[in-house]
Design a binder for this molecule. Structure first.
Ligand code: FHN
Length: 427
């Protein structure tokens, strides 16, 4: 009897294992095609993002520990593992040192909200492969560090409290996972033998399932990156777009999920590539592109990840002019902060966010919910944003430099303005 019972138990456990592994396979493929949604459905899905116009980018991970310095050089950022050619086992030692005891999710979210930002995009996993969330599919994650707290969980709770939408940046390229290919060219002694790229894709999908299931309404956007290596193909981009949308149908996904992006200009080079918005990086398109959603992402200094030596911060004036320039062309501005290894925003970033917030407190209506200028250019140094106001159109003139003749002419304006006032005067 006992033997039979044990056999029955063994059979049951084998069946269960088969069911689980089979279920896992079913979960990772979808026949749903989200690429052909109606304009109405897409407009509804994109509405909050188009209204937001302004978000915070956060690059944070193990690279905050060296803070840009390696072997006496201080020129590195989030790419330090590759650019300083740090071997895997040496880089992994940062796991024991990552303990951002001063991290406070509420502080971060309030600084973003007070700056006039409506969403936050944070690196769930950058190219180094380290997950800043509690991942059951990898032990190369924050739970392996002395910190042992799920950073994304704490941010999700803080964002929910403040009405800020939390979004995740996730790198397709992974310099840590044994199945990711290609290896870094300088990793001569890290064999690629036995590496199975499709097994890596399955691992990536498992982590994406965790990210889409464990953080409530978050992520509202999945911001893919690291799509440019030859191992990542267009069919895989389409499949990943559909897979993520099958997990969260109303999620928004950038165009780096696929490989149609034309370099740092960030726009897809042809129709048919997956992704809901273009991603110009460290640049602003010369003109808006009617009917195309795009978001310019930029650093405040010269690095995405924290570099303690990089004090080359843009002035608040430049950052505000970038914001108005982008909005005048119908785009979103995703402005980056690289937090320190202690879990703090650099003071220079805090100062700029606060100053931008003071400007947005007075002028935010000219950004949030605005659309591109109807004018190709202005006769004065500045930009124009526009907003429907009932049966009227409200134009917002952003004057960078007061014209010498004191006139703000609008060549091509078809009718007489009914009124004009300073937003600062509306109290
Ligand atoms: O390689 C990344 C880089 O580290 C950073 O994340 C930027 C921000 O979008 N994207 C890639 C460079 O294009």
């Amino acid at each position: 009897m006992k033997a039979n019972f044990q056999q029955a138990l063994l059979a049951l456990s084998v069946f269960l294992l088969a069911a689980i592994s089979c279920q896992k396979k079913v979960q990772q493929t979808t026949t749903q095609d989200f690429m052909n949604e109606t304009k109405e459905a897409r407009d509804q899905r994109m509405a909050w993002w188009q209204e937001a116009r302004f978000g915070l980018f956060i690059h944070w991970g193990l690279y905050a520990v060296p803070a840009g310095e390696w072997n006496g050089k201080t020129e590195y950022g989030e790419w330090i593992r590759h650019t300083a050619q740090i071997p895997l086992e040496t880089y992994d030692q940062f796991v024991e040192q990552f303990n951002p005891v001063k991290f406070n999710a509420d502080d971060w979210v309030r600084m973003a909200k007070d700056a006039g930002m409506k969403y936050i995009v944070i690196t769930s996993k950058h190219h180094d492969g380290f997950a800043i969330f509690d991942s059951k599919t990898s032990d190369f994650d924050v739970m392996a560090t002395p910190f042992k707290r799920d950073i994304l969980k704490e941010l999700a709770e803080a964002c929910k409290k403040e009405g800020i939408r939390l979004c995740f940046y996730h790198s397709i390229m992974d310099w840590h996972h044994p199945d990711y290919l290609p290896r870094r060219p300088w990793e001569k002694d890290r064999s690629a033998e036995g590496a199975d790229y499709q097994r890596y894709v399955s691992y990536m999908k498992s982590q994406l399932q965790e990210l889409c299931s464990n953080y409530g309404e978050a992520p509202h956007v999945l911001w893919f990156d690291g799509e440019w290596e030859s191992t990542w193909t267009h069919p895989q981009g389409i499949d990943l777009y559909n897979y993520v949308r099958s997990l969260k149908p109303n999620i928004i996904i950038n165009n780096r999920v696929d490989n149609g992006r034309g370099g740092m200009a960030g726009m897809n080079t042809a129709e048919g590539f997956a992704g809901d918005f273009g991603t110009p990086e460290q640049e602003i398109p010369a003109t808006g592109i009617p009917g195309v959603d795009w978001e310019s992402c930029m650093t405040m200094n010269g690095n995405w990840g924290y570099n303690k030596a990089d004090k080359n911060f843009k002035s608040t004036e430049v950052l505000i002019q970038n914001l108005t320039d982008i909005a005048s062309k119908g785009g979103n501005f995703l402005l980056n902060v690289g937090p320190t290894g202690e879990g703090l925003f650099p003071q220079e970033s805090i100062d700029r966010l606060r100053e931008m917030g003071a400007w947005m407190k007075v002028n935010g209506e000219s950004i949030h919910g605005s659309s591109a200028s109807p004018f190709a250019q202005t006769a004065w140094d500045g930009r124009v944003t526009m907003k429907a106001n009932g049966d009227q159109t409200r134009l917002y003139l952003h004057v960078f430099e007061r014209p010498k003749d004191g006139k703000l002419t609008l060549n091509g304006c078809a009718n007489e303005p009914s009124a004009a006032w300073l937003l600062a005067d509306t109290g």
